[in-house]
Design a protein. Structure first.
Lengths: 478, 217
């Protein structure tokens, strides 16, 4: 099953490279996306066995992130059908290369979620960068080239540092008489044999390396550019799925650190990084002139929230993982809607957009719902997860962390509210209402409904998985 | 063998210092090629010659780091039509000074973090850290995209050296280091194929400022 999850997109991607017919390409894209989702659901019902001496296996954390990736991919694929029609006239990359890279991207992200070995994990995360870079360059203009270059350069430095971190971890594991294998199972069961000093160094390098990819401030500088220049469906995948994959890399490292007894040190660093990211994002959200960049900075903020949640541990880990789910759905929703807004107004500048309720009413309603969800307003799922993180902070007696957390959240809310309300209301453009295609609204509606449901009730199977996954990184719910 | 490894490490460190102080891009590329070729010999010295793996690794590394990547870089150098970087953020003499400080820092780091096992050569760990530091420094202190790629190569070579320290004990480490070369290859092709110079009329990454926050209003 695991092999199928990875190989199907790869093979389909290779096939796409040889196809020029856009109809066939679309059929393949949708078919693979749906097949991937079905296989993912099957993984929930029949847990697949590990492969290759446990190098590939699906644990609870992996399953959670795999599901996020799969759901987002299906949603984005349907949205892309509409997108290709809109972009048919303007210059862009060849569609077959784009779809192929998209499928490779899916395969590499799947590989990240099933990697149980630090070497393989690193390879998978490196591969996601390679597969996604051409996606950002879709529009073939100087801005998207610049964004792609920054993305490659900064993420590659991150990935190089993560490799150094992996080597440092190998050094920590190379104690006499026999070295410990770098698989997660091997490292956690032999954790007391790891050298603490080297493991700490390894943690720091892996955090900085994968943190670059995840968009933790101050290493986030590629993120706003890449997210704003990429096609909206790709931005949704980058923000909702890719950042989580990088987060999984950090989560795996924390798993080993907790087992080795330096969890306390690791958690403190994570809390610091989380709060710094939230602070950076809150400041940059205050005066954003480009609404896609605004969403990108909001991703930085939410990655900070996740990291903070995991850093707090216990209840916080649970809430952090839940927040990963909520954030992915909400951010994908918002990015896809941003695509609709760009189509209606032909601009990414907040100055150019006003009176959305008159011009594109359906998108406007969803945009407003997405806004309330992203700032963590009840009854949306983000409210529950953000509140739980706050509770975790207070429960552990971290008063000032809770205060800073609330402060940054409100600052971000103020920043985003100003922009989004202005876009929704204000004078409508003279051309009046335009017809919104159903296809461009289906995915946003489904995602909005899912976030809403998660705010009302967390299904039993999900909360079980979340609890087990949180427990992996020493975050047993107390 | 230990003395030979350490001698090689000294030479690698010298090429690092030289790259810091040279402004001509072509010379920088040549230096990085020499460094890559020297590091390519290391797998043979570090691992016992019982299997084919070290030989294969050495050949692949020499081919990639010593030949393919520098050749690609030279090609994009010709296309981009630049000779040297005139005004880096940090001058060349100051760069060498920083390099010397980086050597001191690497040795200090080495004393603070004693390895849990016996490394193949005493100078390998400090040289690895030195390479990482120099690479990072070049990445942030140079403006031309080509120079940044060279910085990345140096950084990568440092990490590769670290992987070689682990080679006798952990499997796959050096192979991963070679995979990182793939990335550099993509970079260089990024310059060559996507013609960053033509799109922007320059390959000066410092002037890539079209995308930023709070644009002039």
């Amino acid at each position: 099953m695991i092999i199928g999850l990875i190989l199907i997109p790869v093979l389909a991607g290779v096939a796409c490279l040889f196809l020029g017919n856009s109809r066939q390409l679309r059929v393949i894209l949708i078919a693979v996306a749906l097949l991937h989702l079905i296989l993912t659901i099957l993984c929930w019902i029949f847990p697949p066995a590990g492969l290759w001496q446990g190098w590939l296996a699906l644990d609870e954390a992996g399953k959670l992130f795999l599901t996020i990736v799969s759901v987002l991919f299906v949603g984005s694929s349907f949205y892309l059908l509409e997108y290709f029609q809109r972009e048919a006239g303007s210059p862009h990359e060849s569609e077959s290369v784009f779809v192929a890279c998209l499928l490779f991207f899916l395969a590499t992200m799947t590989l990240v979620t099933v990697s149980q070995h630090f070497s393989l994990l690193w390879v998978a995360i490196e591969a996601t960068t390679l597969a996604s870079a051409p996606l950002i360059y879709f529009h073939r203009n100087p801005q998207s080239l610049e964004a792609t270059w920054k993305y490659l350069l900064i993420c590659s430095v991150g990935i190089a540092l993560a490799l150094l971190g992996t080597f440092l971890m190998a050094a920590a594991a190379t104690a006499s008489p026999t070295p410990v294998e770098l698989s997660i199972a091997g490292l956690t069961t032999n954790a007391q044999r790891l050298q603490p000093a080297w493991l700490k160094a390894a943690f720091l390098f892996l955090l900085v390396g994968y943190g670059t990819k995840m968009g933790l401030a101050p290493l986030h500088s590629w993120l706003p550019d890449a997210h704003s220049e990429a096609p909206s469906a790709v931005s949704a995948l980058l923000s909702g799925a890719l950042l989580n994959c990088a987060f999984l890399g950090i989560f795996r490292t924390l798993q080993v650190c907790s087992a080795a007894g330096i969890g306390e040190f690791a958690r403190q660093v994570l809390i610091a990084f989380g709060l710094i990211s939230m602070a950076f994002a809150a400041i940059f959200l205050l005066r954003q002139a480009d609404y896609k960049r605004m969403l990108a900075y909001s991703s930085v903020e939410h990655m900070g929230i996740l990291t903070l949640g995991i850093g707090l541990g216990g209840l916080g880990s649970f809430a952090g993982l839940l927040h990963a789910v909520n954030h992915s759905l909400t951010k994908a929703l918002l990015f896809l809607l941003a695509g609709n807004i760009i189509f209606a107004y032909r601009s990414k500048s907040t100055e150019a957009v006003s009176g959305m309720f008159h011009r594109i009413p359906a998108t406007a309603v969803l945009w407003m719902a997405g806004f309330f969800a992203i700032i963590g307003f009840p009854p949306f799922g983000t409210f529950i997860s953000e509140l739980t993180i706050l509770r975790a902070a207070l429960q552990q007696g971290h008063g000032w962390i809770a205060a800073a957390y609330l402060g940054f959240l409100s600052l971000a809310m103020i920043g985003m509210a100003g922009v989004i309300l202005k876009m929704l209301y204000g004078p409508a453009p003279a051309q009046g209402q335009i017809r919104e295609s159903r296809l461009s609204l289906v995915t946003p509606i489904v995602f909005a409904a899912l976030v809403l449901v998660l705010g009302l009730v967390i299904p039993n199977f999900l909360s079980q998985t979340l609890t087990t996954a949180a427990g992996l990184a020493g975050g047993a719910v107390r | 063998m230990r003395e030979w490894i350490d001698l090689l490490m000294v030479l690698v460190a010298v090429t690092n210092l030289a790259i810091l102080g040279v402004s001509r891009l072509r010379t920088c590329i040549r230096l990085s090629a020499i460094q890559g070729a020297m590091l390519g010999c290391l797998p043979l010295m570090v691992a016992p010659l019982e299997s084919w793996t070290p030989l294969l690794l050495a050949l692949v590394t020499i081919a990639l780091k010593g030949w393919v990547l520098p050749a690609l870089l030279e090609r994009s150098l010709v296309e981009a039509n630049v000779q040297r970087e005139v005004q880096p953020f940090v001058g060349y003499n100051a760069s060498i000074l920083i390099g010397v400080i980086a050597i001191a820092a690497s040795f200090w780091f080495n004393t603070r973090l004693p390895l849990p096992f016996d490394p193949p050569g005493t100078l390998m760990i400090p040289t690895a850290f030195f390479g990482v530091l120099v690479g990072l420094f070049i990445l942030v202190s140079r403006k031309i995209a080509l120079n940044q790629v060279i910085g990345y190569l140096v950084l990568e070579n440092g990490i590769y050296t670290f992987g070689l320290v682990l080679m006798p004990h952990q499997t796959l480490m050096v192979e991963l280091g070679i995979l990182l070369d793939l990335f550099v290859g993509v970079f260089v092709m990024g310059i060559a194929i996507f013609q960053i110079n033509r799109e922007f009329d320059h390959i000066d990454a410092d002037r890539m400022t079209g995308l930023r926050d709070w644009s002039d209003e």
